[in-house]
Design a protein around this ligand. Structure first.
Ligand SMILES: Nc1ncnc2c1ncn2[C@@H]1O[C@H](COP(=O)(O)OP(=O)(O)O)[C@@H](O)[C@H]1O
Ligand SMILES: [Mg+2]
Length: 141
């Protein structure tokens, strides 16, 4: 029985590594039905003009809405309590605040996300979360 972690939070952006992170978190949750699994997707406010065409809040809302359905279906195979959240704000600080508010005791996330920049080991979101999280962070790579 794995009782050390009881509420796992997976920050999820639908990147390949976040899919892998969710898979790892589900494997952990299967160890004990008492482990709860929260998946959190953060919609970003529009930042730059160039980005806006394809990444308006509306587009992101629609995309994350579809992703949420896919994730909920995936999670439904678990007997554990699971929840999904789509929130809007600055992803790194929102993730940390969310974990504090919801008493998460383990974060499972990807080392990289959607940006496609490969020269650094950690993306900006994972870098921030590892530093500021109130609990252990499992960084999947
Ligand atoms: N908008 C977001 N909402 C939820 N989780 C996110 C978001 N962006 C990134 N993440 C999480 O952070 C991990 C690392 O992504 P990130 O630091 O953004 O790297 P990159 O710079 O390569 O995009 C992802 O695999 C995912 O787990
Ligand atoms: Mg990113």
């Amino acid at each position: 029985m794995l009782t050390i972690y009881s509420r796992i939070v997976v920050p999820y952006d639908h990147s390949e590594l976040s899919k892998k992170a969710l898979q790892s978190a589900m494997t952990l949750a299967k160890q004990d039905i008492k482990i709860e699994l929260y998946v959190l997707m953060v919609i970003q406010p529009e930042i730059t003009i160039a980005y806006q065409q394809t990444n308006t809040r509306e587009n992101q809302r629609e995309a994350f809405g579809e992703v949420r359905n896919i994730i909920e279906k995936k999670l439904s195979v678990l007997p554990n309590r699971t929840r999904t959240f789509v929130l809007e704000g600055n992803p790194p600080s929102l993730i940390v605040d969310f974990v504090k508010e919801h008493d998460g005791d383990l974060i499972v996330m990807g080392s990289r996300g959607l940006s496609g920049l490969k020269e650094l080991f950690l993306g900006s979101v994972s870098h921030y979360v590892v530093q500021k999280a109130p609990c252990p962070v499992l960084v999947v790579k």
